[in-house]
Write a protein of this length. Structure first.
Length: 276
């Protein structure tokens, strides 16, 4: 529209100056050419500016995309580090839990060892005390005080207690057991296993017992009754017969068989000290 107005004004100006039609046409054509050249130049400038803006926009978008990509990579790395830290923390917690459990177990073991040590000291003290009280019998060969299988064991030989094949106590045996009972009455909170033992020689015909096992059990019961009579509480006594099945020597010799024919009084451990 502006170009048309300019051409019109140009034509009017030329006509007013009294030019011919030919000159008028040339002037109009020249003016149109000038205007078209100016418009082209302006369009090229606008296009150039537009291209520069587009390049700048694309460059900015590319930069933003790179920044976003970098931030995404950084975020991924951070997430990986966080996951690794969580895993390490979880492992550390598990290790700490295991360490606490080990420490607790170690503490329990130390406490248990301390209790066992205290009990061992008590056992040793009782062993020494019994040995002192029964010294006269030990010196006379009527009794042995030994540790067997971790237990205090009073061992009396068979020949001073019973006739062969019988459960009846000899007078000397009764006297010896009365002395032992007097010593055991002072031992509190313990049970005493009265255990009868024989050699492997079968019983002769005519005796009232079926075999050595039967005989050893009957002898143990007889000793228990005598101990009760001499003041040892029934609740602290246990009778057991082992027959020939717990020898302490070989039954191939007379000497070995004599050692196997015996009565043992075993001081049993306190039930609270047994590790279940």
């Amino acid at each position: 529209m502006n170009r048309i107005l300019i051409v019109i004004f140009t034509v009017i100006g030329v006509a007013a100056c009294g030019h011919s039609d030919e000159e008028l046409a040339k002037a109009v054509a020249q003016r149109e050419a000038e205007l078209m050249a100016a418009n082209k130049s302006q369009l090229e400038q606008m296009k150039s500016a537009h291209d520069e803006l587009l390049q700048a926009r694309n460059a900015m978008i590319g930069g933003l995309e790179k920044e976003v990509e970098k931030l995404g990579g950084d975020l991924k790395a951070v997430r990986g580090e966080v996951a690794g830290t969580k895993a390490a923390l979880s492992g550390a917690r598990a290790e700490l839990s295991g360490t606490k459990a080990q420490l607790s177990a170690t503490t329990e073991e130390l406490e248990k060892l301390q209790r066992l040590r205290e009990e061992a000291e008590k056992e040793a003290a009782q062993f020494r005390a019994l040995a002192v009280r029964l010294k006269s019998m030990i010196d006379a060969g009527e009794l042995e005080v030994i540790m067997r299988d971790g237990r205090i064991n009073l061992k009396l030989p068979d020949e001073i207690l019973f006739p062969s094949g019988s459960k009846r106590l000899k007078r000397g045996g009764r006297d010896a057991l009365a002395k032992v009972a007097a010593a055991l009455k002072s031992v509190e909170d313990r049970e005493f296993l009265i255990a009868g033992h024989t050699d492997s020689v079968p019983l002769r015909k005519g005796v009232q017992f079926r075999d050595n096992w039967d005989l050893s059990t009957a002898r143990a019961v007889e000793v228990v009754r005598l101990m009760v009579k001499n003041g040892v509480p029934e609740t602290q006594l246990i009778a057991a017969g082992y027959g020939e099945f717990d020898p302490i020597a070989s039954n191939e010799s007379a000497e070995g068989r004599a050692k196997n024919r015996r009565l043992e009084i075993v001081l049993m451990p306190r039930i609270e000290n047994v590790d279940l």
